[in-house]
Design a protein around this ligand. Sequence first.
Ligand code: ZN
Length: 326
Amino acid sequence: MYKEPIFLQPDFKERIWGGTKLRDYYNYEIPSTNTGECWGISAHENGPSILKNGPLRGQTLTKVWENHRELFGHEEGEKFPLLVKILDANDDLSVQVHPDDEYARIYESGELGKTECWYVIDCEVDSHLILGHHAKTKEEFVRMIETGEWDLLLKKVPIKPGDFYYVPSGTIHAIGKGALILETQQSSDTTYRVYDYDRIDDKGDKRERHVQQSIEVSTIPHKDAEVKQGANRKEGLITKQLVSEKYFTVYHCQLDGSVEQKMNRNYLLLSILEGNGSVIIEGKSYSFTKGDHLILPSTISEYQLTGDAQFILSHTTYGPLGGNNK
Ligand code: ZN
């Protein structure tokens, strides 16, 4: 029986808006000074994580999901449903929108839709996001895009470290310059770019836009997402629920001491933001540190966490154990 945490080797993506914070904050070996994304927990074909330990070491999470579903509570589904990233926005990301499951299945050859959420790890003083828009009707939305009235159309939100945003598919959004963000999302890589600030790349070309698709999938008028939040303390662990919606439940956790936990989900995803500690399973200790990404599989029945650390924890919302009841 598999009785250990699964540590993952992330995949990194260079982006025109990327920087060096993934190295500066987490000591990751990044491919260049334009590194935008760390795919920390991923079974997506465009950047799967590799297992770093245990009997399945060296395999991709994609293969492990295919062949070892017992580690994931025999949850159903062709694809591992979640993807956890850290994003370094050294410059503004394009204004974009993602499709829902239905649209992606039909028009993006079976991709999942992309509902996502953001935890702001750090940001510069004047950082902001774009979240939503001000158009009241589709006609107004289309007209403002055609005439380039971006300042009137787009809803700007100032941010600070520790903020959290839930971004359902269909929400117009952009992460702004200076933000370091942990994103928990559906496992999808489909983005429709509405506006890219008329930027040109080093060959003098603008990045492709997908205006027609954006108009089709955007929620009009925009609705601010409401999320239920709450915190509790158990022994040395403060757990704050950030969101619990259809696809995922995400928590911010502050560990300061020790806590005994029962495994009551199909599997748990952990990304360590600060500090270090250990997870102890049947008397064996596995240490973790800032920047680590790991999965606790369902074959673990109890575990203890000890240390001084901050991490983001997530799981699929359906469950709790054995298959899903979507
Ligand atoms: Zn997005």
